[in-house]
Design a protein around this ligand. Structure first.
Ligand SMILES: [Zn+2]
Length: 259
């Protein structure tokens, strides 16, 4: 059962990953994600359905447009593969939970937001607000089906708590944390809080640790200058996904051995 849900989620992830590529390219450029259909950035030729199969088409065309030969970035199939792998992992983790759809939405949103933040230093409201709405509905639905309204109450409370913590940090150090991160924190809090308060604390803390460790490493390796801005969204996303996937064993471990 778990393997089946993981496999279906993974295949679904390939298709969603293809959609996320469109979102990642168009949303920061303020373009519609519905029209026009995908076209080659080199020659504007519309991309035929048979050339729009996730990962497979890119490999068959050897990363080039069929009409003009313009190279197509390896980022496209990589985003599709990453989405498929993470969807499969989330499918395995939540195979027996009604919260699976909520965590798939979260995962897709965090992939898109992380890549947009890395490239544009931006966490667009056009993604965050609809995902907030979708998660509230999906977590409420999961709580209803699992007869556990406590989880939904905790989820909303955790969203508010996360928002408040990030708001204070932003207020104290607006250069250290942009307001985009504050808006993102509500969504992270909702998702971690549905699982538990330990997951909330761990997931947010892990985000800060990833940011600090990788930030210092990038400066030490001179990949990034000391004054250069480093987007924080991807680290927060990574911290949250760590505790969404592995929160149960991590929180248990902490309770037994961590103090
Ligand atoms: Zn072309």
């Amino acid at each position: 059962m778990t393997a089946l849900v993981a496999a279906i989620s993974g295949v679904y992830g390939l298709v969603i990953g293809s959609f996320l590529n469109v979102v990642i390219w168009r949303v920061p450029r303020k373009e519609s994600i519905v029209t026009p259909p995908s076209h080659c950035p080199g020659c504007d030729a519309k991309i035929a359905n048979r050339d729009n199969i996730p990962v497979v088409s890119w490999l068959l065309l050897r990363g080039k447009c069929r009409s003009c030969g313009t190279p197509i970035s390896a980022r496209y199939p990589l985003v599709e593969l990453l989405t498929a792998l993470l969807f499969a992992a989330v499918g395995a983790r939540f195979a027996h939970s009604w919260a699976l759809p909520a965590y798939l939405v979260l995962t897709g949103a965090l992939i898109a937001l992380s890549l947009i933040d890395l490239e544009h230093f931006l966490l667009p409201n056009r993604i965050i607000y609809p995902v907030d709405g979708a998660l509230l509905v999906l977590f409420a639905g999961a709580s209803a089906l699992e007869h556990d309204w406590g989880a939904f109450g905790r989820s909303v409370a955790a969203g508010v708590v996360a928002f408040a913590i990030f708001y204070v940090i932003h207020f104290v150090s607006p250069r250290g944390m942009g307001f985009g991160d504050v808006r993102l924190s509500f969504l992270l809090g909702l998702s971690l809080g549905w699982l538990g308060w330990g997951e909330l604390a761990g997931g947010l803390f892990a985000g800060f640790v990833y940011g600090a460790v990788i930030g210092v490493a990038l400066i030490a390796l001179k990949v990034q200058g000391r004054k250069q801005q480093i987007p924080f969204g991807p680290f927060l996303a990574l911290g949250t996904m760590t505790f969404v996937l592995f929160g149960e064993p991590l929180v248990d471990w902490y309770r037994h051995f961590g103090r």
